[in-house]
Design a protein around this ligand. Structure first.
Ligand SMILES: *Cc1c(COP(=O)(O)O)cnc(C)c1O
Length: 227
């Protein structure tokens, strides 16, 4: 089942890339494996998935101790400062940096284990109260600058979540806003590569607007078992 789902997602990505003149190789497909079992995740890796995403610190830690191989772990959920220690030696990318306090803790824990941690800043591009992230240009500039000055952090990009809605114009606005934030940072002297945006419901729009990292759960793994 996973292989079929993955093939379908790949076909769709290829089609959209062709439509908007982008290369498939510019895009990293992250399979969001939260709540999924070790067996199912291993199937996905055998089927060719190279990137896995988790949104809970303990879950990423536990799973990464049970599954190893040639793939990357992405931490994509909201991260509390006191939980950095659980994921620091496991996460290849942390997508959800949204405060100086958190960036500082990640830098310190990364230094302790002699690692340079790839991070993305989470940007709040919608007005939904449940979404996290930085909002003002001032906050975004300050945190970018802080990351660039932290020797054990490598700031590689920006992440956002659009609202869950069938209002596609609203979703597109969020993704455009993220791309414009990357352009704003470039003009301010910070060159970032990655735009982490697009989930099962909206990844077509995300690719059209420049996504380089897609975070896709349901379309690959099926419906999640609700906790
Ligand atoms: C769960 C989750 C996803 C994937 O959601 P799907 O709709 O299942 O594709 C992507 N990003 C984040 C931050 C998530 O928590």
């Amino acid at each position: 089942m996973i292989r079929e789902n993955l093939n379908k997602v790949e076909e769709k990505i290829a089609k959209i890339c062709q439509k908007c003149g982008r290369k498939r190789s510019e895009i990293t497909l992250i399979g969001v494996s939260k709540t999924q079992s070790i067996e199912i995740i291993k199937d996905a890796l055998v089927a060719g998935l190279k990137d896995l995403g988790e949104n809970k610190a303990h879950e990423l830690k536990e799973k990464s101790e049970l599954i190893s191989g040639d793939f990357n772990w992405h931490f994509i959920g909201h991260l509390q400062t006191n939980k950095v220690k659980y994921i620091i030696s496991h996460a290849d990318y942390i997508h959800s940096v949204d405060s100086i306090k958190l960036a500082d803790e990640i830098n310190r824990k990364a230094e302790q284990i002699g690692k340079t941690q790839n991070v993305l800043l989470e940007i709040k591009t919608s007005s939904e109260a449940t979404k996290h992230g930085l909002q003002t240009e001032k906050e975004i500039l300050e945190l970018s600058d802080y990351c660039f000055r932290s020797p054990n952090l490598k700031l590689v990009g920006l992440m956002t979540m659009a609202p869950y809605t069938d209002n596609f114009e609203l979703i597109r606005k969020c993704f455009v806003r993220l791309r414009q934030t990357k352009e704003f940072l470039y003009e301010s002297g910070f060159e970032l590569k990655e735009l982490s945006m697009g989930m099962t419901n909206d990844f077509e729009i995300a690719i059209e607007e420049g996504a380089t990292m897609l975070r896709i759960g349901t379309a690959i793994f099926g419906e999640r078992i609700k906790a």
